[in-house]
Structure formats: C-alpha cells, structure tokens
Design a protein around this ligand. Structure first.
Ligand code: SF4
Ligand code: SF4
Length: 418
C-alpha cells in the first residue's frame, strides 16, 4: 500500500508572512491570473501562483528554496489584476522579508533593525560608542580639545582614521561573516529547490569562485546596474529611476570610501610614521575628483531615495503597494545617511563647529547602522536578489549540461527531468 505523507505546515512561517504584510494570502483560489500577467515570470518557472499556494499551506522549506521569490520586483501588476484581492505582489514581498530574517543570525538584530524605534536606538548607541572612542583617543593620543576641537573644522581632529577603523573594521567583518553564512545557506536551499543540489549538500559541483564571478556574477551585476527587469514592471515602472540613482550612489560612495581609506589611512599613515613632509589628510579640496564623486554620490542618494519615498507613498495610497514599517524604516535610514553627510559638509564649509561635529557623529552613526542593516533587513535584497540572479543563470546552464565544471551529460539530463 502506498505510504501517505502528511504535510506539516509551519504556522510560525505563515504568521510571519501575515505580520509582514501578506495577510491576504488565504484569499487566493489559484486561478493563475497573476502568473500570466507578471512581466517577469518565465515559462519554465512561472510565479507567483505556486508561491501563494505554498505560503497558504505553510510550506516554509519550499518557499525558502524558491529563487523565483527574489525575481519578483514588487511592481504590483499581479495585485492589480488578482480577482480575489489576494495581493500576490505584497505576499511575495512579505515572504522575502521573512526569508532575510530566516537567513540572518542573530535574529534579534533583524527584529530590532526592522522597526523605527530599534533603528533610532541603534543610531544613538553607535553615536555613544563613536564619541567615547573619540574622547579616549583625544585624551590619550592627539590631545585635541574635546568634543569641539579648536581651529579650522576638520573631522579627523574629532576622530582620526585609526579609531574610526577600530570601530568600523570589526563591523565590516561581522557584516561580511553574517552575509556569507546567509548567502551560502540560501544558495543551498534554492539549489535544492531547483533540483540542482550543489557540493555543499548534493551531487552537483558548485562552480569555482573564478567561474562564479566571470560567468555568472559579472553578467548578473551588469543586469542589476542597468535595471533591465525593473523596467519591465508596469504599475511602478517610475521606481526604476529612483532605484537606479540610489544604487549608483552606493557604488560611487563605496569607491570614495575605498580610495580614501587606501590613500589617507594606509598611505597617509605610512608617510607620517616614516617622517615624510607629505601630509595626506581629509577634508579633501572641493575640486578633488574624489570629493566631486562623493558629492555626486550624496546628491544621487538623497534625490533617488526621495523619489522612491514619493512613489511608495503614492502607490500605497492608490492601493497598488502595501508598505510595512520596515519599508519606511529603511527609506528614512538611507535618507538620514545622505542628508546628515551633506549637512556635515555644509556646516564645515560654513565654519559652524558647534553643530558640524555633532552632525558628523550623527552621520557616522547612521552609516554604521545602515551598514549593519545589510544582512538583516530589506537592504538584504542587495545580497539575496543578486544571488538569485546568479543562481538562475547557473541553474539554466546546469540543466542544459553546459555549466562547464565537469557535470556529465547523463547527470544533466537527470537534473533537467527533476
Ligand atoms: S493570487 Fe489572485 S490571481 Fe494569483 S492565483 Fe491567487 S487568486 Fe488568482
Ligand atoms: S509584483 Fe510584479 S514582478 Fe512581482 S509577481 Fe507580481 S507582477 Fe510579478
């Protein structure tokens, strides 16, 4: 007699999806209109109808292993046409929020950083840490007056590169570690879900780092930067420009930070300790190319995030999008990073020391918390969507038997049948 398998719904998962804005999931009656109208759904693996069913049944592991959830850009087209008001676009958004929480450890940070009060508390805590470290450094090493150093405003007088690195480098290490753990677990799950289990868990070899980067990551990043898929979205197509600007801003600011760190932190300190007369310090002159890039980045960040905020408010009012607290929290945090950075520069140029230094500390606090948010909040889209794009290309190659890392054709056929 055939053995019957009992489905074990994960009630906590269903509750998590409902709490994150997917409370309409149970209205779905599987007509599949959503999968037909979705501009991003593919013939080989249509979505979001199947995800609605899995979410209704509480099949958390099926959903966790579903890369398609990450190929949705929450355009709201399916929500508009759903005859039952089940809001599939919002349900997929809620599933993604839960997935990020699921893959991030420790979970209390995900809970804290997705709430406005938690973010404000984290910014205050970061400002206290920065001020205490800066004060100790001033007392023990630089002997600048504290907290408002005398003379021309220069933020390195308040906190120089070494104490900043003492705070930020461990933070970078922690974020990189949590991100790596989350992404590798996610890769395993979506590989299993796609029937192409990797060497972490199954028989298919994972691509080597070189192949992963050159063959899959580079094209995926190119596609993300060009926002090709975003542009296909109907209801919220205007979101493309704001999203693009914010992404370019982050790229510009990442370049600025890396170059500054290399030139000022590394080369500057080597010159200083070797007794050279050459001084490499911030602030950079306004006409310095790195400063120009930094200001362009700040402009793109502020205007881009404002566009996204305006679009989200409009579409929420029109009923196309549902916005959860964590959507607004991330938007306001990014806005705070841009505005505090710009304000710190304006106050420095205007010689208002009594305001410039506190605003600078606020800026550093916001940057630290935004960075910490990467693997824990909606900001994690940057990691998980990129991984899903990479995986989609890789899985297609595996199925076609041309992944190029020793997968024998019979095994490829087996995978394709799965
Ligand atoms: S979410 Fe709506 S459109 Fe999609 S299958 Fe369910 S009822 Fe149909
Ligand atoms: S929100 Fe847009 S991209 Fe996402 S499933 Fe619906 S139609 Fe597709």
């Amino acid at each position: 007699m055939a053995e019957t398998k009992k489905l074990q719904p994960d009630i906590a998962f269903v509750k998590g999806v409902m709490d994150a804005g997917g409370d309409t999931v149970n209205r779905c009656y599987q007509c599949a209109t959503c999968s037909v109208v979705c501009p991003l759904s593919t013939e080989e693996s249509p979505f979001p109808r199947k995800e609605m069913l899995w979410a209704q049944w509480g099949l958390a592991s099926k959903v966790a292993g579903d890369a398609d959830v990450w190929l949705c850009h929450q355009c709201g087209d399916c929500t508009k046409y759903c005859p039952r008001g089940a809001r599939p676009g919002d349900v997929l958004g809620a599933i993604r929020s839960n997935a990020i929480r699921y893959y991030s450890q420790p979970r209390f940070l995900a809970d804290m950083l997705s709430k406005p009060a938690g973010v404000v508390g984290a910014i205050i805590a970061a400002m206290v840490v920065i001020t205490v470290v800066a004060g100790l450094w001033a007392a023990a090493v630089t002997h600048h007056s504290f907290p408002i150093p005398e003379g021309e405003i220069a933020y390195h007088k308040f906190i120089s590169v070494i104490p900043i690195d003492i705070i930020f480098l461990p933070l970078v290490g922690f974020v990189a570690f949590v991100s790596y753990k989350g992404i590798t677990r996610f890769w395993d799950d979506i590989s299993r879900g796609a029937g192409v289990p990797t060497s972490y868990t199954g028989t298919t070899p994972a691509p080597s780092l070189g192949i992963l980067i050159s063959k899959y990551l580079v094209p995926a990043v190119k596609e993300i930067i060009s926002h090709e898929r975003f542009q296909k979205c109907g209801q919220t197509a205007e979101r493309t420009r704001g999203h693009k600007w914010v992404l370019w801003a982050f790229i510009a600011l990442f370049i600025v930070t890396t170059v500054e760190m290399f030139v000022v932190d590394i080369v500057g300190n080597i010159l200083r300790f070797s007794g050279s007369d050459i001084v490499l310090e911030t602030p950079l002159a306004l006409y310095n190319p790195i400063k120009i890039l930094a200001n362009i980045g700040a402009f793109l960040l502020i205007v881009g995030i404002w566009m996204l905020k305006t679009m989200r408010s409009q579409k929420t009012e029109e009923g196309v999008l549902k916005s959860a607290a964590q959507d607004w929290t991330l938007i306001w945090l990014i806005f705070a990073v841009g505005v505090s950075g710009l304000l710190a520069e304006i106050l420095r140029l205007a010689h208002v020391a009594v305001l410039a230094y506190p605003v600078y500390v606020l800026h550093l606090g916001c940057v630290a918390v935004l960075f910490l948010s990467l693997p824990f909040t909606k900001f994690g889209h940057l990691l998980y969507r990129t991984t899903a794009y990479v995986h989609q290309r890789w899985a297609e190659d595996v199925r076609a038997g041309k992944a190029g890392f020793g997968l024998e054709k019979p095994m490829a056929d087996e995978v394709a049948e799965h």
